[in-house]
Design a protein around this ligand. Structure first.
Ligand code: PMP
Length: 449
């Protein structure tokens, strides 16, 4: 089914895209919002509902790629930000709210001795990698095949790989995402297969003299969105302790999973953690938090500043205000409630899968989950990988949900809940998925492995 087969109102979005194409490459500033034949443009959004400029209202399970933990336009966040705006939006001085927000996040996680704010998850991961190099004096990093960590050159390596370029599983290729990436970037990034202890430790061991850090997302979305296996993570952690290599976590997405992040599900202590998304309360944000000694590389009071670190809008009082209110609202009860709502959603969807008799598996943790056309849950990126034909089926399915059922999901076939999602929205999601499973049943069967 092409996306034109649905009678969605699209006149105004289609016209606006024509204008957008005149001024923005491909008509967009972030490829995420692009869809064929054109993106849709929002008129207004509130809670879990988004209305576009052609008056279509949809239920939002994407929440700006997992960043709006309280949905759209939360009144308490609006009030606090409004009030702050009258007192200025950015200064060449500090603000009390930045200190108070830092205190709040440090208090929530005993692995966070110090914190620094930046403007995006990409910037947080980049600053964290640079800090690891500055601290250890070594150039290389190791990361999991397929894991997404933002768009810093080094963090981007092997984020998108295919059977024809991923190489031998014993020594996966370092594949750049962006053409023109310098050779040394490739050679300074060691790629390991997720959840494969023997192969990963062998690869780390072979590079131990040059490694600054091992970068881990404990529930990596692109790898398949399942929690990392505990024995595997402990093996990596112990290896890093023995070899004085830093263990750094990317919790830009996974922080939402518990009150203190996914790291609290495991008996390990990362040296640093990159944060982003929900901690900005809907505004651009990132943060690096962790061990005080490691993070002293940023310290301007030191004789030698190993990593001079700044950013014009870092810790701006608007983001800090919105983030502080959002995280105060995301207390232990809110975390439990949203996770329970996700459990209810998963259970209902599993019933729909059974009723439709389709091979679909759900992975995830806390308030996030992802569906796979598989008989067996994947354990690594290669098992999660979707060939172009399967990818097309997912795009068709998501188009059906978006254009016919008025459901917004993440393009990997994932949902990231907000606290504004209630039983009513979960029922709408389940019923829409059930209809979709029935429509696409034959195709789903043909791709399930
Ligand atoms: N790390 C992970 C795990 C992410 O999912 C993302 C964004 N999707 C990033 C880093 C980068 O964050 P940002 O888009 O804010 O730069």
């Amino acid at each position: 089914m092409s996306s034109h087969s649905y009678n969605t109102n699209r006149k105004h979005s289609s016209a606006l895209y024509k204008r957008a194409k005149e001024v923005m490459t491909g008509g967009v500033s972030r490829n995420t919002i692009f869809r064929r034949p054109h993106p849709f443009y929002v008129a207004t959004a509130k809670g879990s509902y988004v209305t576009d400029i052609d008056a279509n209202t949809r239920v939002d399970f994407a929440n700006n790629m997992a960043s709006l933990i309280h949905g759209h336009a939360h009144p308490a966040i609006i009030d606090a930000v409004n009030e702050q705006m009258h007192r200025g939006t950015a200064y060449t001085l500090g603000s009390e709210v930045e200190v108070a927000f830092g205190e709040l996040l440090v208090e929530r996680n005993h692995n966070f001795e110090k914190i620094r704010f930046v403007n995006s998850g990409t910037e947080a991961v980049m600053s964290m990698i640079k800090a690891a190099r500055a601290y250890t004096g070594r150039p290389k990093i190791a990361k999991a095949e397929g894991a997404y960590h933002g768009t810093y050159d080094f963090a981007e390596i092997s984020q998108i790989v295919k059977p024809d370029n991923w190489g031998d599983i014993d020594k996966p290729n370092s594949v750049p995402v962006t053409m023109g990436t310098p050779e040394n970037v490739k050679s300074d990034v060691i790629i390991f297969p997720y959840n494969d202890t023997e192969r990963t430790l062998k690869l780390l061991e072979a590079n131990k003299k040059d490694l600054a850090c091992v970068l881990i997302d404990p529930i990596s979305h692109r790898v398949g969105m399942f929690p990392i296996e505990e024995d595997y993570l402990i093996a990596i952690y112990n290896w890093t302790r023995k070899n004085k290599v830093l263990l750094v976590f990317d919790e830009v997405v996974t922080y939402r999973v518990t009150y203190s992040g996914a790291q609290h599900l495991y008996p390990v202590k990362p040296d640093m953690t990159a944060l982003g998304k929900i901690i900005g309360g809907g505004f651009p944000v990132g943060a690096i938090a962790g061990d005080a000694k490691v993070m002293s590389v940023f310290d301007p009071t030191r004789k030698i500043i190993k990593q001079p670190h700044s950013g014009t809008f870092s810790a701006n009082p608007i983001t800090m205000t919105a983030g502080k209110v959002a995280m105060e609202l995301f207390d232990r009860k809110a975390v439990d409630d949203i996770n329970n709502m996700a459990d209810i959603a998963k259970k209902q969807i599993e019933e729909a899968i059974k009723e439709a008799d389709v091979p679909v598996l759900i992975t995830g943790a806390g308030s996030m989950f992802r569906m796979h056309f598989r008989y067996q849950a994947p354990r690594n990126y290669r098992e999660t990988y979707q060939c172009p034909e399967e990818r097309k089926l997912i795009v068709d399915f998501l188009d059906y949900l978006f254009l016919h059922e008025d459901i917004i999901m993440i393009n990997t076939f994932a949902c990231m809940l907000a606290t504004t999602i209630t039983q009513k929205e979960v029922d709408i999601l389940t019923e829409s998925l059930l209809k979709g499973f029935k429509i696409f049943k034959a195709e789903i069967h043909s791709f399930a492995k």
